[in-house]
Write a new protein. Structure first.
Length: 338
């Protein structure tokens, strides 16, 4: 025996648009069957009856099929009086739902459903730059921006999914789908003291890692003393932006135009870029100089450093042996590697 409460529960969980569409479908189907039975000469097939019902209920009124009997015309009146109301309600509800969904997207209220996306926390010039570079590198990259200061997503970044809220809250991180993200960038909030900004970044790192311990997390830190704490919180990579900017400025003073070289090396979209690549199997056990020469001769890139575990060797000794798991820092041509 069918449980009325179960049916009521299912209907209650069904979206309003689906329910309205179902009602319209039932009305059209039933009226189509009846008019075909009443006037088989005017409506030779069942589809003709259903077609007339659809044209009538949508107020299009082509006139290709018309009832001639009194009962048929009365049926048409009933269809117009009842069905058109449902159709109008459906169209207006659809429009309202679309507008509501669009506003929710712009205001950062929608849940992210994609996977392997990049999450950027904090809206500032660094995050703006990061978004631009990511989109330049791959226009199909999915990016989520989390920020609590923006009222809505800037009009120039409609391809970015915006989540408005406090990045230290699990609900906001889950809305951004951190659990299935590829990487997270946490930028420092330049308000108040540097210590408070770093404390917030570290707290955000803890929150991110509690939701997804395996997501690669890059954290911007302003003070050197907080680097250790950021690492303890689970940051996979810590960028001390103050020291990095200071080093670039100092190099610009001591060696004119050196900042332009550094900028071109690190900027996406240039003809040459820096990448980490694993050492090929055939080169394991050979020297860094052997690999350097083979890359240079084949024009595959220029080796400028070596990454071994967590240590970076910039321009290592020529006789340094390459081990399994090593990665070489290459200056490569982007046309052949992207």
């Amino acid at each position: 025996m069918v449980n009325p409460l179960a049916i009521k529960g299912i209907v209650g969980k069904t979206p309003l648009l689906v329910r309205l569409l179902f009602i319209i479908f039932v009305i059209v189907f039933v009226i189509g069957i009846v008019i075909h039975a009443l006037e088989p000469e005017a409506f030779p097939t069942l589809f003709d009856g259903i077609w007339w019902a659809i044209v009538t209920i949508s107020t299009v009124g082509y006139g290709d099929f018309v009832p001639y009997t009194l009962i048929g015309r009365l049926l048409g009146i009933v269809l117009i009086m009842s069905g058109v109301g449902f159709m109008t309600f459906y169209v207006t509800t659809l429009a309202a739902t679309t507008i509501k969904s669009r506003n929710a997207y712009l205001e950062g209220k929608l849940h992210m459903t994609d996977k392997d996306h990049h999450i950027i926390i904090g809206w500032n010039e660094r995050s703006r730059h990061a978004i631009d570079r990511l989109l330049e590198a791959n226009e199909n990259t999915t990016i989520v921006l989390i920020d609590e200061t923006l009222e809505e997503l800037p009009s120039t970044y409609r391809r970015v999914h915006f989540v408005r809220g406090n990045s230290t809250e699990d609900a906001i991180l889950q809305q951004a789908n951190v659990r299935e993200a590829a990487s997270v960038l946490i930028t420092a909030k330049h308000q108040g003291s540097e210590f408070s900004a770093d404390s917030r970044s570290i707290l955000t790192t803890l929150a991110v890692k509690s939701v997804n311990p395996h997501v690669y997390t890059v954290v911007e830190i302003l003070t050197q003393g907080q680097i250790v704490n950021a690492t303890r919180a689970g940051a996979d990579e810590v960028v001390e932006s103050t020291a990095l900017t200071g080093a670039v400025l100092t190099n610009g003073l001591l060696h004119h135009n050196m900042s332009k070289i550094l900028d071109r090396l690190l900027t996406e979209g240039e003809k040459k870029q820096l990448f980490f690549y694993p050492i090929p199997e055939g080169m394991i056990g050979k020297t860094f100089d052997d690999y350097f020469q083979s890359l240079y001769e084949s024009d595959e890139g220029l080796a400028i450093g070596l990454k071994r575990v967590d240590r970076i060797h910039l321009y290592p000794p020529k006789n340094m042996l390459l081990l399994s798991g090593d990665e070489v820092a290459l200056l490569v041509r982007t046309e052949s590697h992207l």
